[in-house]
Write a protein that binds this ligand. Structure first.
Ligand SMILES: *[C@@H]1O[C@H](CO)[C@@H](O)[C@H](O)[C@H]1NC(C)=O
Ligand SMILES: *[C@@H]1O[C@H](CO)[C@@H](O)[C@H](O)[C@H]1NC(C)=O
Ligand SMILES: *[C@@H]1O[C@H](CO)[C@@H](O)[C@H](O)[C@H]1NC(C)=O
Ligand SMILES: *[C@@H]1O[C@H](CO)[C@@H](O)[C@H](O)[C@H]1NC(C)=O
Ligand SMILES: *[C@@H]1O[C@H](CO)[C@@H](O)[C@H](O)[C@H]1NC(C)=O
Ligand SMILES: *[C@@H]1O[C@H](CO)[C@@H](O)[C@H](O)[C@H]1NC(C)=O
Ligand SMILES: *[C@@H]1O[C@H](CO)[C@@H](O)[C@H](O)[C@H]1NC(C)=O
Ligand SMILES: *[C@@H]1O[C@H](CO)[C@@H](O)[C@H](O)[C@H]1NC(C)=O
Ligand SMILES: *[C@@H]1O[C@H](CO)[C@@H](O)[C@H](O)[C@H]1NC(C)=O
Ligand SMILES: *[C@@H]1O[C@H](CO)[C@@H](O)[C@H](O)[C@H]1NC(C)=O
Ligand SMILES: *[C@@H]1O[C@H](CO)[C@@H](O)[C@H](O)[C@H]1NC(C)=O
Ligand SMILES: *[C@@H]1O[C@H](CO)[C@@H](O)[C@H](O)[C@H]1NC(C)=O
Length: 622
């Protein structure tokens, strides 16, 4: 495949990479960052297939392995999200001048073109694109059919953005036609998915909560807005991109917790005994960051007051946990941060990537304030700034006054980086977590996303910013008020197609028919209903709690009509055995339905048959 062929001959190499040295935890920050940067880049690349990769033998070219760890935990899979965030970083590195990355970026395009066509437990590419929401695959590009939190709707959005970020590179080379031919079909599949499903719940980036996640919705909005701008440049159209204004309306109107003064991570959740304080919005803001954007842009930019308030809330929530690893920090110092304060995964340790994100967001914010020349301290951001500038008052700051405040913000950001440095092993390897008692690395070792998060943080600290993506544009700022928010969806049915020019196979999918699983099942608040069946996309096996993966929606549930439903496309003409399952709260035990000798049977229409509806009634337990 000839993609970036003549690329970048003209772009000077930004910096030569130093050879990795052992490093000390006492090194100054500049020294530490300069040493860690090549280690982190080499680490991320060593987890990608096809690159003489030392750590991930057997992974296909362009496939990002989350971590070489195969036991406790087994992360030897490829996630759409982690891969996209890693290649977003690599494409930025290419733009900054590292031309050696060209080949692996092409490999990524081919691998994703194939992955888009793989039939999997979430569905398939054709006819309704539901397979694009599958979160992870085996590293040889085959489907993972075990139980998992499905679907995860941030993946297609992040992947679309990753490829769209390549556009400026090809445009500069007068290779717009190549971009249109090779990348645009790949991007459009993902944008169709985003436009079609943004208004349905899915699992969050931590793969635990089913609902609407701030990170996911932010990534979806960026993808659609960026898609609209790019389509215009390509003289083509982007049907699903028209959903951008409604996605933004939803984002702006629903996530701000007015009494607590922070952006919550998840809404539309069934039952959640959590505060909603989470690194999720911080990661969202660094993803939608645009160096040209103003703080009141429609997207929640790093310098946005609500985002700064959320940053403080998050850090305070971890201060309140009084972790031994943070014991040397003063009450207003930067500390190690985890995903969210209620986390229990591997004892809910400190996450380097969340801690780096706290630093990166502040470097971004400082750059935005400097560019605008004004820092407006309002009632929402006041408490954030008071921690750093004790005498600060409401109002506008400019000139040297502003610079003084921003110096303190930068120093505070540096503190987060130092907090990670203090616990890194001397070889510079970055795991998923640090034990919050001992500070020892734990959970997955050599996590690709951890390495990528270091590099993006270090680039922003050095004022290396990716090209603006269009956060300042009208299309990214459509101004609907909350009363104008509407449920909406782009009908992508039939518009998904293998991205052949990028390397997708010419798949011939079996004929599919649509089945509406609709069941009256009286439930109590907090309970969930699932369907499981003996075909892959219904979990594959009856009476097995591990196979219960297809949730039904209670969106139309009323006391008069206790309806749960889910729409699935299944291979036409087959006979399917299925059953309904009740769950007592997210993460709770599964109770299989009463009666029917353990299962129901459905004979699907032949090819070309219309939608079938089950019209069932189910009861559970005694
Ligand atoms: C692209 O085309 C423009 C206008 O024809 C030309 O000035 C420029 O040198 C070309 N760039 C490359 C990289 O070929
Ligand atoms: C769908 O959009 C409407 C209008 O913004 C919103 O009220 C609702 O919560 C959304 N539902 C989901 C699951 O996104
Ligand atoms: C798009 O159309 C305009 C006007 O017809 C033309 O000037 C421009 O070169 C076209 N751009 C591309 C990428 O084809
Ligand atoms: C970003 O801002 C710079 C300087 O203000 C301006 O020259 C440039 O055109 C802007 N870029 C975009 C994509 O808006
Ligand atoms: C963290 O360290 C403590 C103290 O040694 C230990 O009890 C705990 O099991 C460790 N947790 C993990 C996830 O390794
Ligand atoms: C910066 O922080 C120092 C130390 O806390 C403080 O004394 C100083 O007033 C702060 N600067 C500004 C401009 O707020
Ligand atoms: C959006 O609407 C608000 C309130 O009407 C207004 O203050 C703001 O300037 C508008 N923003 C844009 C980008 O038009
Ligand atoms: C979506 O589009 C397909 C293909 O054009 C069409 O068959 C289907 O009826 C449409 N669905 C809805 C809900 O409009
Ligand atoms: C894909 O395969 C089908 C069936 O073999 C064939 O009819 C069709 O022309 C092929 N499409 C492409 C784009 O090669
Ligand atoms: C759910 O309710 C909406 C709005 O009344 C309706 O359009 C839709 O068909 C219903 N869906 C199901 C599966 O009952
Ligand atoms: C489900 O409940 C509604 C409302 O009571 C009723 O009209 C409908 O017939 C029920 N469906 C079945 C299959 O019993
Ligand atoms: C699923 O169960 C039905 C009904 O027992 C049976 O006819 C069908 O062959 C089974 N399908 C598979 C893939 O095992």
């Amino acid at each position: 495949m000839i993609l970036l062929q003549s690329i970048l001959a003209a772009i000077p190499l930004h910096a030569t990479l130093a050879s990795p040295n052992l490093q000390s935890r006492q090194d100054g920050l500049e020294t530490f960052i300069a040493r860690e940067q090549p280690i982190a880049l080499a680490g991320a690349l060593a987890n990608i297939g096809g690159l003489n990769s030392s750590w991930v033998q057997g992974a296909s070219p362009g496939i990002v392995v989350a971590s070489p760890s195969t036991v406790n935990p087994d992360y030897f899979f490829t996630w759409t999200r982690d891969s996209a965030l890693t290649y977003t970083m690599l494409i930025d590195e290419l733009i900054f001048g590292n031309t050696s990355l060209r080949k692996t970026i092409e490999d990524y395009a081919t691998a994703q073109a194939i992955l888009q066509t793989i039939d999997n437990p979430s569905g398939s590419l054709w006819p309704v694109g539901d397979g694009l929401g599958e979160p992870k695959f085996y590293t040889n590009i085959t489907p993972f059919d075990g139980p998992w939190g499905r679907p995860q709707r941030d993946g297609p959005a992040l992947r679309a953005t990753t490829f769209m970020n390549l556009a400026p590179v090809l445009f500069n080379l007068n290779e717009t036609d190549i971009f249109l031919k090779i990348y645009w079909p790949l991007i459009l599949n993902d944008l169709n998915y985003v436009g079609q499903y943004w208004n349905q719940t899915g699992f969050d980036l931590w793969e635990e909560v089913r609902g609407s996640s701030f990170f996911t919705i932010s990534a979806q909005h960026r993808a659609l807005a960026q898609g609209a701008i790019l389509a215009q440049k390509l003289n083509t159209t982007c049907g699903p991109c028209k959903q951008a204004s409604q996605v933004l309306c939803f984002l702006q109107s629903n996530f701000w917790n007015e009494s607590g003064k922070y952006l919550v991570a998840d809404i539309n959740v069934n039952e959640l005994s959590r505060s909603g304080i989470n690194s999720d919005p911080i990661l969202a803001s660094i993803h939608v960051f645009d160096a040209n954007a103003t703080c009141d842009a429609g997207t929640f930019q790093p310098c946005n007051s609500k985002m700064l308030a959320t940053h403080k809330k998050l850090v305070d929530s971890f201060r309140n946990l009084s972790w031994p690893v943070n014991k040397n920090a003063g009450p207003r110092d930067a500390i190690l941060i985890g995903r969210y304060p209620e986390d229990t995964y591997y004892d809910g340790g400190a996450w380097p990537l969340c801690t780096f994100a706290c630093a990166e967001m502040l470097y971004d914010a400082v750059a935005q304030f400097k560019r605008s020349g004004t820092l407006n301290v309002d009632s929402i951001s006041l408490s954030f700034f008071q921690d750093l500038s004790p005498n600060i008052k409401l109002g506008e700051y400019k000139g040297t006054q502003m610079d003084g405040i921003l110096t303190n913000v930068t120093n505070y950001a540096d503190g987060f980086v130092r907090a990670v440095q203090a616990h890194l092993p001397t070889n510079g390897s970055i795991s998923e977590q640090f034990n919050h008692t001992t500070g020892m690395s734990t959970s997955a070792s050599k996590l690709t996303w951890s390495f990528a998060s270091f590099i993006t943080m270090a680039r922003r600290r050095a004022s290396h910013f990716p090209p603006p993506w269009g956060a300042t544009s009208k299309v990214a700022n459509t101004n609907l008020t909350s009363s104008q928010c509407r449920p909406s969806s782009y009908n992508g049915t039939g518009k998904y197609a293998p991205a052949a020019a990028a390397g997708a196979p010419n798949i011939t999918l079996p004929c599919m028919v649509e089945v509406l699983f609709e069941v009256n099942a009286t439930t109590q608040f907090g309970q969930n209903i699932y369907v499981v069946g003996n075909v892959t996309r219904l979990g594959g096996k009856l009476n097995d709690p591990k196979r219960v993966t297809v949730p039904l929606s209670a969106a139309n549930y009323t006391s008069q009509r206790p309806e749960w439903y889910v729409d699935k496309w299944l291979v036409a003409g087959q006979t399917v055995a299925y059953q309904y399952v009740l769950q007592n709260g997210d993460g709770g035990e599964f109770v299989f339905e009463n009666g029917h000798d353990g299962s129901r049977t459905l004979v699907l229409p032949k090819c070309g048959g219309g939608r079938m509806t089950t019209n069932d009634v189910a009861t559970f337990g005694s």
